[in-house]
Design a binder for this molecule. Structure first.
Ligand code: NAP
Length: 359
């Protein structure tokens, strides 16, 4: 055993509705010593995605549910604090499916993106630590260069396929995925409209992320505003929200418009019974439009290509992003995840649980 102890958040109850601290048990375990290219990682930042709430439910999904008694799954960045791998010396910054715990033993692997173990779990094996790309803030791999950026890349460019002159509307636009999706549409030559809650998020979208227009769904009539901003219809609607916002976008969809179903945070993540379905699906038919759902892992074999293009845009400043970094300990993970459902986050939701020892 190393001298390291791990505080771990174990899922011990299937949550009902809003996630609660009492759905978890916190324990403390010694961390085994590394051998055969293993490392001990001290976790620095944990990343949060609304889908994580769904992984706690015991139902059919694209990823297996987190088993009761297991450490909650999730992507993180950490620092190697003990090493039996020459190319991962102490101090190396790494990322992987570290889960909601503050120290852990990992295998190591080359390559940047990996196979997204933080979505599907490690299937009984140890989590794998991969090096964080250099030259950008280490948290970029948790957002714009990680699952978030890849989701926006494939959802927008492969399924939305924006063309110059198109009007592209993005819901959840000030969130991590929406911010990137809208900017990729702008780079493709489209006019971009973001839907987000509140004036501060709207101002950031137009001033910093260079969206052409925003709609505040909390204070404006979404359908009427879309009609005003897209009088010839919406060519691409990239949806992170579902429910009534999706219904408004369908109402305004252009002939042969494309609706990309990325997520539906307004309905159904905690309980299917709360889901509100659009009542106007026949509009898709009469406008010869299409709706396409997807999961980012559908494009697993193209992750390297996408990560490289995203990194180029990010380094040039063509794509900007925001990290919302809460400070705390691993026990604050529950409250941090709930921020996404309350719309409290501004960009990629992260929780910093330790300081890096190197700058
Ligand atoms: P995020 O957008 O950074 O955070 C969630 C945002 O959703 C909040 O900031 C909030 O913004 C908005 N929201 C919450 N409740 C809402 C409601 N009732 N009505 C309207 N908006 C609401 O989260 P993210 O990680 O980037 O994920 C965005 C979406 O992409 C999620 O649906 C997620 O599940 C999905 N996703 C899909 C894939 C895939 O493979 N298909 C992969 C990753 C993520 P406001 O303040 O504007 O309300």
């Amino acid at each position: 055993m190393t001298t390291f102890q791990s505080r771990r958040m174990l899922l011990t109850t299937r949550p009902v509705w809003t996630l609660k601290q009492s759905d978890f048990t916190v324990d403390k375990q010694p961390v085994p010593s590394p051998r055969d290219r293993q490392v001990v990682v001290k976790v620095l930042w944990l990343a949060f995605d609304p889908a994580m709430r769904g992984w706690m439910n015991d139902g059919p999904s694209y990823a297996p549910p987190v088993a009761l008694g297991d450490v909650m799954r999730g992507h993180g960045v950490g620092e190697v604090v003990d090493s039996a791998a020459d190319d991962f010396p102490v101090g190396t910054l790494v990322h992987g499916n570290f889960g909601w715990q503050d120290h852990l033993l990992c295998d190591t692997a080359d390559g940047v993106v990996g196979a997204l173990e933080h979505v599907h779990g490690n299937k009984g094996a140890l989590p794998v630590a991969r090096k964080v790309p250099e030259g950008l803030p280490p948290t970029a791999i948790l957002g714009v260069l990680g699952t978030t950026g890849l989701t926006a890349y494939f959802g927008m460019l492969e399924l939305g396929r924006p063309r110059p002159g198109d009007v592209v509307v993005v819901s959840g636009a000030a969130g991590a995925t929406g911010t990137v999706a809208g900017q990729l549409a702008r780079l493709a030559g489209a006019t971009t409209v973001g839907i987000a809650g509140g004036a501060a998020k709207g101002a950031w979208l137009t001033d910093t992320a260079k969206f052409d227009a925003v709609i505040d769904y909390k204070s404006e009539d979404v359908s009427a505003r879309i009609a005003e901003l897209a009088p010839n219809g919406v060519n691409v609607f990239y949806d992170n929200v579902a429910g009534r916002i999706l219904e408004s976008a369908i109402h305004n969809i252009a002939l042969r418009g494309r609706v990309v179903l990325c997520g539906g945070i307004s309905s159904g993540y905690s309980d299917e019974a709360t889901a509100y379905g659009p009542t106007n699906l026949s509009t898709i038919t009469v406008r010869s439009a299409s709706m396409h759902g997807f999961i980012v892992t559908d494009f697993l074999d193209r992750f390297d290509e996408a990560a490289e293009r995203l990194a180029t845009w990010v380094r040039r400043g063509d794509v900007v992003w925001a990290d919302d970094v809460q400070q705390g300990s691993v026990e604050d993970a529950v409250e941090t995840l709930n921020r996404l459902f309350d719309g409290k986050n501004f960009g990629k939701q992260l929780l910093q649980i330790a300081e890096p020892s190197t700058s």
